[in-house]
Every structure is written in C-alpha cells, then in structure tokens.
Design a protein around this ligand. Structure first.
Ligand SMILES: [Zn+2]
Ligand SMILES: [Zn+2]
Length: 378
C-alpha cells in the first residue's frame, strides 16, 4: 500500500468494466489536461484514489463532484461511511472542511451503520484522540442528505447536543418530533452571465429603494447597493414574483467604517420594506466609488457546472455566484437562525460583481420575512 493512503483498505476495488485499477490505486500519474480529457470511468476511478488519500496532497475535488457529478460518487459513498478515525482525519486533510460531501447519497444500510456508530458513544473529549473524527462522522451523516439520513440524524440530535449543533450548522432543522428538515435545496445552481436564456428571477443591481427607505449603510453614509436579488421561489419559498432576497454590498471608496467588509447584516420586513436590525451609526462620511466603466453582467441565468466534461465551456469569468445548495464558506461556517430554526439558504455572490471589494456574501431567508447576510473573505 502506498504511503498516506489510509482510506485504501476501506474502498474495495470494483469488479466493473468501467473501473481502471491502476488509476484507482495510484492516480495513474494523470496530468491536469489528461484528467479533464478522461472518460467518466477513469474519473470515477480517480475519485477512489482521492478518497483513499491522494498521497497526502490537497485534492479539493470531492465537494464539486458530489454536487455536480453525484453519480461518480455512487461506487464510493457507502465505503466512506465505514472509514476509521485515521482515514477520516486524512480525508479532511486532503479535502478540507467540505469533506463530508463524500457521503452524499449513501444507502440506507450504510446510513444505519454510521448512525449506530455515532450513537454508540461515549465519544472522546475535545483534547483526546478521535475527537475530530467523531465530529467528521456526524458531518458525514449530514452530508448523506437522504430522507433516511435526516430521520436518523434528528433522533441522534434530540439525544445529543453536539449532534444537534452539527445539524444546525449545516442547515438541518431538528424539530421536536420526526425527521430533520432541510433548510436548503440539495441541488445548487451556478449563477452565470451571458446566457442564451436569462432567468427573470435574478437581477443584477436592482434599485436599492425597492428594499430600504434609508439606503445608507449602517456605519457609512454612502448608499448601499443590491448586488443581486433572487426570487425566493427559486429555493422553494413562495410563488414566483412573491418575494425576493437582496444581497447587499457597499461600494464606498476606502470606507473608514469597514462597511464594505460587514460580516453580518440582519433585517426584518415592515410595510413592504426591510429594516436592518442594527441601528444606524455613521463613522464614515461616504466616499464615492471610482469604478470607471465597470461592466455590469448581462443576461444572467442559471447553469450547472461542467468543468468535468471534456467539451466544457470555460466560463469562470462569467460566474457570479450560486443559488441553493449549501454555502461554500471561506471561513468558519455560520448558519443564522430565526423563529427557532435555521433560516433557508438562498445562495451566495460577491460584492466584486459590482466592482467592489471582493467579499463573499451568503444570503439566508426566513418564512416570517426576515433575512440575513453573512460576509466572508479569503
Ligand atoms: Zn464608507
Ligand atoms: Zn423568522
């Protein structure tokens, strides 16, 4: 067995025609170009190599594949749920904080075994060996994202506050009875410019006056902008045209109040307008942005990621964010709650869409009309 491949013994080599054992065992020394041009069978084989350990190098492949090519994960997702502590901690080290997507779509049998293992306790304390893998195991159950996994997760969460916290942080509401409830739509969309069929539920830079009576920032006198708004029917909240969710950005030049870096905005709805939770408190007089001829994206629509398809269209520069799915956090996960449960995740975009500071904006909405925005940067 190769070094740094602790997941290897948990991932049986399939006896299927598509499987390339050389790639599945060692990666096959494929270059990036070869990997992009590979067949689906070779891709799936390569995924085994990543999950087994990727020789200890960063891979960052699993989340994207789980979201956009879930069928490639099917040969492996059950096996990942059987990983021991060393294999799980290693998977985290090659895949980062989103490694729990590796269990997406795991079978009910695998979910039951995983949930039994989580429930068997007692778990190691924070400073003890096996603590983090115990947390990763709970995250895998969250990541399986099947109805059965949500039922098992809710039972565990009602008995154990640690599981309850993990569920909430990942957007699963645990009601007093019954299965966990998704506060997100499982399948994300990319927001992309220059589409042949623009999506009317998406608008770039709509008038701020549609949302705020007082358009100024919380700490800065320069008016805020709405980077993008999203018709909430796109994430299953209400009917089309009923309610939209704004992503707020600040374009104040050299803002001394750090309005452009605001890592939190929360609001409630009143009389058809939104009211920020925080009271206004000017620290910056507001400086007009010098954006020159910043071109606003046009013909904005929804698309799937196609980076793993050989005939892919390279549209990195046209990517404006995501609708649905779960947040791709840059920093620690923060899933706001309202009315006693996690809010619904709307999507994410960045202020830089309008030419501003490159901050990621994560949008959340509650059925009561309230909303929230988390800001993070790399
Ligand atoms: Zn300012
Ligand atoms: Zn609410």
């Amino acid at each position: 067995m190769a070094h740094n491949m602790p997941g290897d013994r948990f991932l049986p080599h399939p006896d299927a025609e598509w499987y390339d054992r050389r790639i599945g065992s060692s990666g096959g020394d494929l270059t990036y170009d070869e990997l992009y041009a590979a067949t689906p069978g070779q891709h799936r084989s390569y995924l085994r190599y990543v999950l087994a350990g990727h020789r200890g190098e960063r891979a960052w492949a699993v989340r994207d594949l789980a979201e956009w090519k879930p069928q490639w994960l099917v040969p492996w997702n059950d096996a990942v749920t059987t990983f021991d502590d060393a294999a799980l901690e290693h998977l985290w080290s090659v895949e980062g904080r989103d490694c729990w997507f590796a269990a997406r779509g795991a079978s009910d049998t695998a979910v039951d075994a995983l949930a039994d293992r989580i429930g068997a306790g007692p778990r190691p304390g924070r400073a003890e060996a096996g603590f983090f893998s115990g947390v990763h195991r709970m995250q895998l159950l969250v990541g399986a994202d099947t109805d059965h996994a949500l039922a098992r997760l809710a039972d565990l969460a009602r008995a154990d506050p640690t599981v309850a916290r993990i569920a909430e942080e990942h957007g699963v509401w645990v009601p007093p009875h019954g299965p966990g409830v998704r506060r997100y739509v499982s399948q994300p969309w990319l927001i992309v410019a220059d589409q042949d069929d623009p999506e009317p539920g998406l608008r770039i830079d709509p008038p701020i006056g549609e949302y705020l009576d007082d358009p100024r920032g919380v700490r800065c006198a320069w008016p805020l902008s709405v980077v993008l708004d999203v018709d909430l029917s796109l994430v299953g909240l209400g009917a089309p045209g009923e309610r939209r969710h704004p992503f707020f950005g600040s374009l104040c030049e050299d803002c001394e109040a750090d309005e452009e870096m605001a890592d939190w905005r929360g609001w409630s709805a009143a009389g058809g307008r939104l009211v920020f939770d925080e009271e206004r408190e000017d620290h910056c007089p507001g400086n007009e942005p010098d954006l020159g001829d910043w071109p606003l994206p046009a013909r904005v629509g929804l698309a799937h990621d196609d980076r793993f398809e050989p005939d892919r269209v390279w549209r990195r520069s046209k990517r404006l964010g995501r609708v649905g799915g779960r947040p791709v956090f840059q920093q620690n996960p923060h899933w706001p709650g309202c009315c006693g449960r996690p809010m619904v995740f709307v999507g994410q975009t960045a202020q830089s869409v309008l030419g501003g500071f490159d901050q990621y904006l994560y949008g959340f909405a509650c059925e009561c009309g309230a909303g929230a925005q988390v800001g993070q940067h790399t």
